[in-house]
Design a protein around this ligand. Structure first.
Ligand code: SIN
Ligand code: CO
Length: 374
């Protein structure tokens, strides 16, 4: 893997000192960083249903937010200053973005959210706020001023169309030039304002809140629950207080409710499926004229293959999880599929039959593509 852009820190040092703890400013972290997108590309991507885009315009203390997909004409009458266009999931529509994400592969894939790219003319930004995510803010073209604060007060302006901190008291300020990068842990108050036309790349890492995770777990249980039996009371005695729920009834009901607590295997399956579930807008496009299984095997041996940009493939000791689906594979298939999950690509090589069968199925679903870029 290429080195992560963390200046002189090793990956372990960065994780120990900064990750989830405190900001890191890395000057010239990627001095050779070739811009991945131009303003024009970004405006085009904001018109695609495969990304999620927001246009944020500031007028004094008033903020206006509109959501994509946009039409070309939405961009024709924008002011000269004080707005920004943010496009999420750029890595889904721009395969070249994978090289940048590869630099962050020292953080598990299951933590990655997406690559967001923003464009702003001078004065543009999203206002002082905090995120629930870890984020690496890499400066592309132009300069941006970042202010951050260690404040604990995260009260938001009421009734604003986006998250704006009511009281922002910056404690540090930097001007970032192309190639500089700022890492921010969750809940760190920050505000980035474009000093000139600028493009900023945000590599964001998600962490579910307990509330979100438990609520998805309840959905999972609802769909997967096996709860045999029924409440019985063959030893019932005449009730003197028929309105009372008595001790025996409580015990019997509690015994039944224990079925709602799945075993470890059920929880592991939920975790894998949940972490590998793509965002709701993601769709996979199966190949229009698919290769035969034999051609596919030949092409994998000669040209390798890679995951589709929006695919999420993870594994644990027991199973594989691809785009929210759990899948058990024979031992002979596992090493190659684990390699694919780790690197998102497989170099040209002839693969075991067991692996090819699964890979071919995934290819037919649009989860992976033959060939790897040079
Ligand atoms: C950006 O404006 O590119 C980043 C927005 C943020 O601070 O989350
Ligand atoms: Co932010």
């Amino acid at each position: 893997m290429p080195n992560p852009p963390l200046n002189n820190l090793t990956q372990a040092q960065f994780l120990r000192r900064h990750w989830q703890k405190k900001p890191l400013l890395a000057r010239a972290s990627l001095p050779q960083f070739a811009p991945l997108v131009s303003r024009r590309d970004l405006l085009e991507m904001a018109q695609s249903p495969d990304t999620e885009a927001r246009l944020i315009i500031r007028n004094g203390r008033r903020w206006q937010v509109t959501y994509g997909p946009f039409r070309k004409r939405d961009f024709t009458r924008l002011p000269a200053r004080n707005w920004t266009l943010l496009v999420q999931c750029v890595n889904h529509v721009l395969p070249a973005a994978q090289d940048l994400l590869d630099r962050f592969a020292f953080i598990p894939h299951a933590r990655l959210d997406d690559l967001m790219v923003s464009y702003a003319p001078p004065g543009g930004g999203v206002g002082p706020h905090f995120d629930s995510y870890d984020v690496f803010l890499l400066q592309g073209e132009g300069r941006r001023q970042w202010q951050i604060s260690r404040q604990r007060d995260l009260t938001l302006v009421e009734n604003a169309p986006l998250k704006i901190l009511r009281n922002f008291h910056p404690t540090q300020e930097w001007k970032l030039s192309p190639g500089d990068m700022l890492y921010l842990p969750p809940n760190c108050a920050h505000d980035g304002i474009a000093l000139e036309e600028c493009i900023t790349y945000s590599v964001g890492f998600r962490a579910p809140s307990a509330q979100e995770l438990c609520s998805r777990f309840l959905d999972y249980l609802q769909d997967n629950l096996q709860a045999p039996g029924r409440y019985t009371d063959p030893h019932l005695k005449p009730a003197r207080q028929p309105g009372r729920i008595d001790r025996h009834m409580v015990q019997g009901m509690m015994r039944l409710l224990r079925h709602a607590q799945p075993d470890r295997a059920g929880m592991l399956r939920f975790i894998g499926e949940d972490l590998s579930t793509p965002k709701p807008h993601v769709v996979f496009t199966p190949p229009q004229r698919p290769q035969t299984a034999a051609r596919f095997a030949l092409s994998a041996a000669r040209r390798g293959l890679r995951l589709a940009p929006q695919s999420i493939l993870l594994y644990d000791d027991r199973a594989f999880y691809v785009n929210g689906e759990h899948c058990m594979l024979p031992a002979a298939a596992r090493p190659a599929i684990r390699r694919l999950a780790d690197r998102r690509r497989l170099a040209p090589a002839s693969l075991p039959k067991a692996a090819l069968e699964t890979l071919y199925m995934w290819y037919r679903s649009g989860y992976l593509e033959p060939g790897i870029p040079e």
